[in-house]
Design a protein around this ligand. Sequence first.
Ligand SMILES: *Cc1c(COP(=O)(O)O)cnc(C)c1O
Length: 391
Amino acid sequence: MSRKISVELASRVKDLPPYLFSTIDRMKKKALDRGIDLIDVSIGDPDMLTPGHIVRKMKKAVEKPEHHCYPSYEGMASFRQTASDWYKKRFRVSLNPETEIVSLIGSKEGIGHIPLAFINPGDIVLVPSPGYPVYPVAALFAGGKAYEMPLVKENNFLPDLKAIPAGIRRKSKIMFLNYPNNPTSAVANREFYKEIIKFALRNNIIICHDAAYSEIYYDNRRPLSFLQLPGAREVGIEFHSLSKTYNMTGWRIGFAVGNTKIIAGLGKIKSNLDSGIFQAVQEAGIAALKSKDSILEKIRNTYQERRDVLYSGLKDLGLEVEKPKATFYVWTKVPAGFDSTGFVSHMLNKAGVLATPGNGFGAPGEGYVRFALTVSIKRIKEAVDRIRKIL
Ligand SMILES: *Cc1c(COP(=O)(O)O)cnc(C)c1O
């Protein structure tokens, strides 16, 4: 008898798409081992601290014995009420905290789980490409198939709905969308959302709009909520996260809002899989959502200064750059003679600057790299200087 069992991964794990960042991860490790002074602009994680009033709220909340028990999966009533108030103030959208809001252990959790509620084997999930890698993986884990909707510059990085074949539309149950967009930094307008609602009604497709970057915007142009459009609540939900807005990526707190049946479906999955967010974190989340406007303005101003420096710096180098209206990403065409991976490794090995290759977000991202505005102005200037020398 063998003294070991044979550990075999399930096909859903074996079938995962190849991890396109693995080559880059290896190169990064090598570069760091050589002891280089790396400027890492590949990270989608704020370098700024969580605001002090949120941390102080957490410290007090941790001491409360009533927070030491299991929370409820749907979130404390006070947290959901605060999320509802925040939506009202920010978007003029009224939401019933009992039926139209569910708390999430970070929006990634909700995005990852929602196909489990609505996808049967063989059903299709429409996903943007380039896009957040969780959308296609969530489809796969639920037994569904992802169909990629290319986001290209000619269409302002919005999916071309007319290009989705009828056979695909028929089998589609969910569409993921994400504006302001990671990685392209594109935003969506009212007309686009109207088209989406029509498309959803005609084809009976659930819209899952990921609005993780709604508060990271520039030049005082505030992005819309999908739910501001008439009829949106009849076809979909919106995911929100405190991660990017309040520099709280490590805290794991977000929420989903919108259509009661879709929220209830997601809740059904959650009630069977998780037990909600630590209540002390929810109290901190309440403090975050009630922050003075000046707190977010300061964060936005910091990113805007960085954006201006990086955008004009890269333009001066002759690169074709999308000027972000929102998000902390700068989507940049690679210079002639390079592909995404080639240019990223050239910058890493010759300039000590690490960006993310666009093809890692899906095939239509080939030919682009993504810079993140998550380092100081001084380091951004230095990165531009170093890139100048290797072009
Ligand atoms: C960062 C990010 C998220 C989610 O983050 P959480 O920390 O899980 O809330 C969701 N969508 C996109 C596109 C992101 O970039």
